[in-house]
Ligand binder design. Structure first.
Ligand code: 13P
Ligand code: SF4
Length: 310
């Protein structure tokens, strides 16, 4: 059954000159049919440079919107229009405008996990892989507002030694990973290295050996001699880690860390998406143009400190 769906997807992809981009948290079946899998920065770069006319984005809405803003001449489809990111909805453009009014001289850095309207109000956008580089590139005499993820912001503030103005947003999936989960996993696997996503809570990050975006975790595991890792992020990444490193052990810090929105897309929905050209991701023209300035800065500032941790 799934073989015939995959065959149809591949035929339609060719016919329509389409490319499938999938985030590292997507289900294994989706990662396996994608032309590119990656983290938010890697997928944004792919979206901005692909020659394909059509991008089928398997991820959550802010990622598909980012692709549409970076490639305004291409058509971007998301196979499930209700795949949102709760963190992205934790700050509105209006709330950000009010925060800016309280700090009129501050520069605004927004995490890519935000709405297009929030990006349009920001000077710079960043992902978890280049937040440190983006903040390091800013003049030291300017205050910086960092929204919406308080956990990525705290990690960035500590690493760059900058005082950031924070917003209390968070990822409901990453905060499910607890300090006890890491302690228990370490007690059971004392020889394993702990890789954690910067969206994790501070006590979890303190126990980690390295703080990395999902793409950086994949690179790190491939380059390391370590045979065992405890992975503190959404469990979807275990599939790509195992596929790329078949002889290494990857232990999820907890099986609870599942992002329900990332799991809303399946093979059938990808096929229907290509068949019916749905759902087209569109961003208001004026908002898109303003947001693109912050996003262009994001894709031009490459990550430093890969694998760095305080
Ligand atoms: P990455 O950019 O590290 O893939 O993270 C995206 C995300 O949504 C994390 O929750
Ligand atoms: Fe948003 Fe968290 Fe899901 Fe990432 S894992 S898409 S931050 S809810």
């Amino acid at each position: 059954m799934s073989q015939s769906i995959i065959k149809k997807i591949n035929e339609l992809k060719k016919q329509k000159n389409a490319v499938i981009l999938a985030h590292n948290y997507q289900s294994p079946e989706i990662q396996d049919i994608a032309d590119f899998t990656g983290d938010s920065l890697g997928l944004s770069i792919q979206a901005s440079k692909t020659d394909a006319e059509l991008i089928v984005f398997c991820g959550v809405m802010f990622m598909a919107e980012t692709a549409a803003i970076l490639s305004p001449k291409k058509t971007v489809l998301i196979p499930e229009k209700n795949a949102g990111c709760p963190m992205a909805d934790m700050i509105t453009a209006d709330q950000l405008r009010k925060l800016k009014a309280q700090h009129p001289d501050a520069l605004v850095v927004c995490y890519v996990n935000s709405t297009a309207a929030v990006k349009a109000e920001s000077d710079y956008c960043c992902t978890s892989s280049n937040a440190v580089s983006v903040v390091n590139s800013l003049p030291t005499d300017r205050q910086i507002i960092f929204v919406p993820d308080v956990h990525l912001a705290r990690y960035t503030a500590e690493t760059t030694n900058r005082d950031l103005i924070l917003w209390p947003g968070y990822c409901p999936t990453h905060v499910m990973i607890t300090e006890d989960d890491i302690k228990n996993a370490k007690a059971e696997h004392p020889d394993a290295l702990v890789l954690a996503h910067p969206e994790c809570s501070e006590p979890v990050k303190k126990l980690a050996d390295h703080l990395l975006s999902t793409g950086q975790m994949l690179d790190f595991a491939a380059e390391s001699d370590t045979g065992k890792f405890i992975i503190a992020t959404e469990t979807g990444i275990i599939h790509s880690l195992k596929k790329k490193n078949p002889d290494t052990d990857f232990i999820p810090a907890t099986e609870r860390a599942i992002c329900p929105n990332m799991k809303k897309i399946n093979l059938e929905k990808v096929l229907w998406s290509l068949e019916d050209m749905q759902y087209i991701v569109s961003v208001d023209k004026e908002i898109g143009q303003k947001a693109k300035k912050a996003l262009d800065r994001m894709v031009s500032i490459l990550p430093q400190n890969i694998g760095a941790k305080n």
